[in-house]
Ligand binder design. Structure first.
Ligand SMILES: C[S@@+](CC[C@H](N)C(=O)[O-])C[C@H]1O[C@@H](n2cnc3c(N)ncnc32)[C@H](O)[C@@H]1O
Length: 220
């Protein structure tokens, strides 16, 4: 498998050497089960839907989608081969069938209109504004007309306390890339890429700040 890209690439926990601790840290600090199950519920996945988990990391979301919707066709994609190896192992142990591919979010190896749903969690705050824009356009390209995008990521802080707690994520993943999230730029990001009905659907207070769930529709 290819090596992870080096420039501008922010790995799962900010540094490659922290990757083995990713599941434990995220599970203990982000109310992971609550917000990922809410995202899966929100995505309204139907039998035989083709579902893309963008920047799937260690594959927890893909695995939970597979458990809840065994008839869906699930693909996880991530730029880092180390997390993909963990994702493949977890899915295998859970008896979930999913394909895991290595690629960058703004250069996906899929044809136009392949997917009925794209989901993504804890990802957009890893990207520069330019890469967020390229990624949103790429998601638009790989979704079919009428297909839906469902995203969970850090969002505008629900209180001063949440804003303060989010500083720890900013120190780990960088202030430049994470600023777009707290300043509410994900909604215009998806609108500018061509999506309709872009909305903030739910938010959750966590130990690291406010987690927001968004949805958007690729127009027909
Ligand atoms: C915080 S982790 C989130 C993983 C998973 N989605 C979750 O909810 O646990 C962010 C992931 O984005 C991946 N990543 C960062 N930049 C990327 C890019 N440009 N293209 C694809 N994956 C990327 C990292 O390798 C990492 O696995």
């Amino acid at each position: 498998m290819k090596q992870p890209p080096t420039t501008d690439y922010v790995p799962a926990l900010g540094y490659h050497w922290l990757t083995p601790f990713y599941d434990v840290v995220i599970g203990a600090t982000t109310r992971e089960r609550t917000f990922k199950q809410a995202l899966i519920h929100q995505a309204d996945i139907r039998p035989n839907h083709r579902v893309l988990d963008l920047a799937c990391g260690t594959g927890t979301l893909a695995m939970w989608i597979g458990r809840r919707h065994p008839e869906a066709d699930i693909t996880g994609v991530d730029g880092d081969p180390a997390v993909l190896a963990l994702a493949a192992r977890k899915a295998r142990r859970a008896g979930v069938t999913a394909q895991f591919d290595q690629a960058l979010s703004f250069d996906l190896p899929y044809p136009d209109g392949l997917f009925d749903r794209a989901v993504s969690s804890l990802f957009f705050h890893h990207l520069s504004w330019e890469d967020k824009q390229r990624t949103a356009r790429e998601l638009f390209r790989v979704l079919s007309p009428g297909a839906e995008l469902h995203v969970a990521d850090w969002g505008p802080a629900g209180s001063l306390l949440m804003r303060g707690l989010f500083l720890s994520i900013q120190m780990l993943d960088g202030f430049r890339n994470t600023r777009d999230n707290v300043t509410g730029r994900l909604i215009p990001l998806f609108q500018q890429a061509g999506f309709d009905q872009v909305q903030q659907r739910q938010s959750f207070s966590t130990m690291f700040g406010t987690m927001v769930l968004y949805s958007a529709v690729r127009p027909g």
